[in-house]
Design a protein around this ligand. Structure first.
Ligand SMILES: Cc1ncc(C[n+]2csc(CCOP(=O)(O)OP(=O)(O)O)c2C)c(N)n1
Ligand SMILES: CC(=O)[C@@H](O)[C@H](O)COP(=O)(O)O
Ligand SMILES: [Mg+2]
Length: 636
């Protein structure tokens, strides 16, 4: 049977791609695009961004000598076409599944991935580091960082450009400007880029670029210098990037291989290397009608039908935690006009798109700028507002010094609504909310809560609104709740108080967060073995409920704590208290259950928790091991 991808089939590696004639590249790009769509239709994942860089990916591997020349994809969510071209096509339909390819770039996966990513805005810094290392070692390879218009809103990108402009090292930055982040981009820089692109010079340049290319004989190299000079000359005056010390080229059409290839060749062959920024205009979702038509350009999708674009819908048994958070905050904000909400470029992921519809003037999308988001919230708190920073646990890591220095030391009542707490599944270790308990519980002044189910989340939102004495954080996981009955109204919880969910007298399981269901299952199992078991929901990781912990310690033989976080979080708080109070001294067996001390691979979350041992069986095992011989006697 004739293959649908004859040229792509000939190019399992970039070496083979570089043997093609320039006029074959258009067809290769078309085949690569259709292979990308087909693969993601099977696996789900990030689609729109990859479709927008198909031509860029082909041109970069065609012009540059990868892997010796380094291509660094910022975030890495657009790198599926790059994976297909760099020896990973055979495994591309395993993307983001257990044991399969990562959804991002990863050094351990391929020599063509010189830098791993998944959090944004790191590529220019990493690229500059590689370029300077090359210069020190007397090398001559090229380093190319590809960064999106959303990701270039982050401070880190400017720190890197500031340094690059001063060092003057040979580095190519490609600004992939598709006028989209996950949501439409925000901010003054975004406006600035739009003005550069919409200038008449750009429209003129596009036509000119085509005319030049059409009238010049092949090979295209002959046109290289002229096209690039035209491109460079078209923008009048110094661009922001030129002021920062970059040689600015653009805006150019990032889908036009007849422009891309000669311009990249020209820059590659430039004898006096220096930092160069190529401003490439692309379209997110390019070449796939359902993606082009969708509001988010199909940024991330589940499995879908290639012909219609319709995504397979999982049957929902309960609302997502994100939705419950958004609905609760909207209710609270109706009653309290001081409540405001802040997101760092994640309105839909955090539910703030809904809050924004209800309260447009009280919702702030600050762009990919987590550090700023935290201090901006701190500023609002000083003026009597009640800011909720709605943020994924993993992205709050970016704002840690701001959390300590601007919020916690000044004891400002900023509320942190941390979504995606615990293991998140297909995005893997980079996106796991594994560390927030550890990095928050060690800070003076912090109150830290974790919802055991969606009704608890409603109460915790209400508690956060009411609590004005200092910073407070609430955490909840990705995905659906457990389907409990929902309260009409959130109840304000007493700070630092847990609740007993089931009474027993031999084993105590003190659970924080949504492992509560597994703790209850374990209690049933233990009871069937003759081990009467208490289960408590701690609700607060800090301050811990000392009275409750003391009681559990005194009245039971074994105390297990369990949380969806790393060592150093809730369990560590409990252990510290037990040690300080001398509660270990009478032979209490304490077993803190936390995530393992390693980065867990992408898989579905249930499997990830099984692998971590944080499930009912793991709890039962832990208890039986703690009781040792006694358990054998009881269970016999
Ligand atoms: C530090 C950080 N914050 C937020 C995100 C979530 N995120 C992933 S991709 C993305 C949008 C990036 O936009 P852009 O760089 O323009 O790339 P595009 O998807 O448009 O190609 C965001 C906000 C992230 N990965 N890292
Ligand atoms: C690449 C990135 O950081 C986001 O697109 C992330 O993958 C979103 O994760 P959720 O699907 O949990 O919103
Ligand atoms: Mg973009």
């Amino acid at each position: 049977m004739a293959t649908k991808t004859p040229l792509l089939d000939q190019c399992p590696t970039p070496e083979r791609l570089r043997a093609l004639r320039p006029e074959q590249l258009r067809q290769l790009a078309d085949e690569l695009r259709s292979e990308t769509i087909d693969a993601v239709s099977v696996t789900g994942g990030h689609l729109g961004a990859g479709l927008g860089v198909v031509e860029l990916t082909v041109a970069l591997h065609y012009v540059f000598d990868t892997p010796s020349d380094r291509i660094i994809w910022d975030v890495g969510h657009q790198a599926y076409p790059h994976k297909i071209l760099t020896g990973r096509r055979e495994r591309i339909r395993t993307l983001r599944t257990g044991g399969g390819l990562s959804g991002f770039t990863r050094r351990s996966e391929s020599v063509y991935d010189p830098f791993g990513a998944a959090h944004s805005s790191t590529s220019i810094s990493a690229g500059l580091g590689m370029a300077v290392a090359r210069d020190l070692a007397g090398g001559n390879n090229h380093v190319i960082a590809v960064i999106g218009d959303g990701s270039i809103s982050a401070g880190m990108a400017y720190e890197a450009m500031n340094n690059a402009g001063a060092l003057g090292s040979r580095l190519v930055v490609i600004l992939n400007d598709n006028d989209m982040s996950i949501a439409p981009p925000v901010g003054a820089v975004s406006g600035y880029l739009a003005r550069l692109v919409s200038s008449s010079q750009y429209r003129h340049l596009r036509n000119l670029g085509r005319q030049v290319a059409e009238h010049l004989p092949r090979p295209l190299q002959n046109a290289a210098r002229r096209v690039e000079e035209y491109a460079r000359g078209m923008v009048m005056g110094g661009t922001l990037f030129e002021e920062l010390g970059f040689y600015y080229v653009g805006p150019i059409d990032g889908h036009d291989l007849d422009q891309l290839v000669p311009i990249l060749e020209n820059i590659r062959d430039e004898p006096n290397g220096r930092p160069v920024l190529i401003h490439a205009v692309t379209q997110k979702g390019k070449g796939y009608a359902p993606a082009e038509a969708s509001a988010d350009k199909l940024h991330a999708v589940g499995r879908f039908d290639v012909v219609t674009g319709a995504q397979a819908k999982a049957k929902a048994n309960a609302p997502t935690y994100t939705r419950v958070f958004a609905d609760s905050l909207i209710k609270e904000a109706k009653a309290d006009d001081k409540v405001v909400a802040i997101t760092a470029a994640m309105p839909s992921g955090t539910g703030l798109d809904l809050f924004g519809q209800a309260f447009p003037t009280r919702t702030f999308d600050v762009g990919i700028a987590e550090q700023h988001a935290v201090t901006f919230a701190a500023g609002m708190a000083t003026e009597g507002y009640k800011p909720f920073v709605a943020i994924y646990s993993t992205f709050l890591q970016r704002g840690y010094d701001q959390l300590v220095h601007d919020v916690s030391i000044q004891n400002l009542p900023v509320r942190f609504a941390m979504d995606r707490a615990g293991l998140v599944g297909a995005d893997g270790a980079t996106h796991a909310g594994a560390f927030d308990l550890a990095y928050l519980c060690c800070l003076p002044n912090m109150v830290v809560m974790a919802a055991a189910d969606e009704a608890e989340l409603v109460h915790m939102v209400a508690t956060s609104v009411a609590y004005d004495a200092g910073p407070i954080a609430l955490r909840y996981p990705r995905g659906e709740g457990v389907g409990v009955e929902m309260p009409e109204k959130g109840e304000v919880l007493p700070i630092g108080k847990g609740r007993i969910v089931r009474e027993g007298n031999t084993v105590a399981i003190l659970s924080l967060g949504t492992r509560l269901g597994e703790a209850l299952k374990a209690a049933e199992d233990l009871a069937a073995r003759g081990l009467s078991t208490t289960v408590a929901d701690a609700r607060f990781a800090k301050p811990i409920d000392k009275e409750l912990v003391r009681r559990l310690a005194v009245e039971h033989e074994v105390l297990v704590t369990i949380e969806e976080g790393s060592v150093g979080g809730f369990g560590a708080q409990v252990m510290q208290f037990l040690a300080e109070e001398g509660l270990f001294d009478r032979g209490l067996k304490v077993r803190p259950m936390v995530l393992p001390d390693r980065y867990q691979e992408h898989d579905n979350p249930a499997k990830q928790y099984d692998e971590a041992g944080l499930n009912a069986n793991g709890i039962v095992d832990t208890v039986l091991k703690a009781l040792g011989a006694n358990a054998q006697v009881r269970t016999a």
